[in-house]
Design a protein. Structure first.
Length: 281
């Protein structure tokens, strides 16, 4: 049987009839289970799943990469189609999240967290399973859990903050999850936004899986919001892994995408709505 990852929500679309939105969601089919990784904002999830013939009712578990609106906003739409479902997430997905943004002449913290309260979601069928560590959730599929920050160049974006008493502090993104598939060709690492740092994530999952081969990396890398020095060092370190398919999207940014395409050549792919990665057993 094959492993298949299909992007259901992303910022861009390649053909008419699909909907783009700032967000991410991927439909993951394995030999033993079907998973949904994130839900986008909620505008495109259901119509895109219908257009791409990916049945949301068949999903065994929903996994959330982190608690931002563009990854969790579609939960109600998903639960409305699916009915009650187990939701694997870090408990910090429920934190109030903010980003400093221009509002008129000033910079102000704007709410960007999950738009739904826990109680509201549970009454509509969300069955949260709180996971903080690296863990197998179905055969040969793992959530990264909290990712140790080991690199000195992946410093995060100081514009993302959470409340700290009467003030603000940098969001630690303890809930930044990736989904890891252990396939016959090597690991497939699916990223939400990689707030923990792409290289931190790859070091963590290879160590936890005891597997150095990374067949594919797919999803948002947040390099579009990173300083040029971080991009330079990330690309340098990324080449060590000899990734066969680097399929980026969402928050990677157009300039980093162009550079990744130039430097990784035939191993690079852009992953808009409808992009499918298939790995045969």
């Amino acid at each position: 049987m094959s492993w298949k990852v299909t992007v259901l929500c992303e910022n861009t679309v390649p053909v008419p009839g699909l909907l783009g939105e700032h967000g991410f969601a991927a439909y993951v089919e394995t030999p033993t289970a079907t998973l949904l990784f994130d839900t986008g904002q909620g505008f495109g999830l259901v119509p895109n799943s219908l257009r791409l013939k990916k049945d949301l009712a068949k999903v065994d578990k929903l996994v959330l990469s982190h608690g931002h609106f563009d990854h969790t906003g579609g939960m109600l739409a998903f639960l409305g189609v699916h009915g009650p479902c187990q939701v694997v997430a870090h408990p910090d997905v429920l934190l109030e999240r903010f980003r400093w943004m221009p509002v008129g002449p000033d910079q102000k913290p704007v709410s960007i967290g999950m738009p739904w309260k826990e109680a509201y979601l549970t009454t509509r069928g969300a069955r949260f399973q709180w996971v903080e560590d690296f863990r197998e959730i179905v055969p040969n599929v793992f959530v990264s859990g909290q990712v140790p920050r080991r690199t000195d160049f992946e410093t995060g974006d100081p514009k993302f903050v959470i409340r700290d008493g009467d003030g603000w502090t940098a969001d630690p993104f303890r809930d930044d999850y990736s989904l890891v598939l252990k396939t016959p060709k090597g690991l497939v690492v699916i990223l939400g936004c990689a707030h923990a740092g792409l290289i931190n994530i790859l070091e963590h999952v290879t160590r936890q899986c005891g597997e150095d081969r990374i067949y594919a990396v797919l999803g948002g890398t947040h390099l579009g919001f990173s300083p040029s020095e971080q991009l330079d060092k990330t690309l340098e370190e990324l080449k060590r892994y000899q990734v066969q398919i680097l399929a980026v999207s969402h928050c990677t940014g157009q300039a980093p995408i162009a550079r990744l395409s130039a430097e990784f050549g035939p191993h690079f792919a852009f992953a808009p709505v409808g992009y499918t990665l298939a790995v045969e057993d």
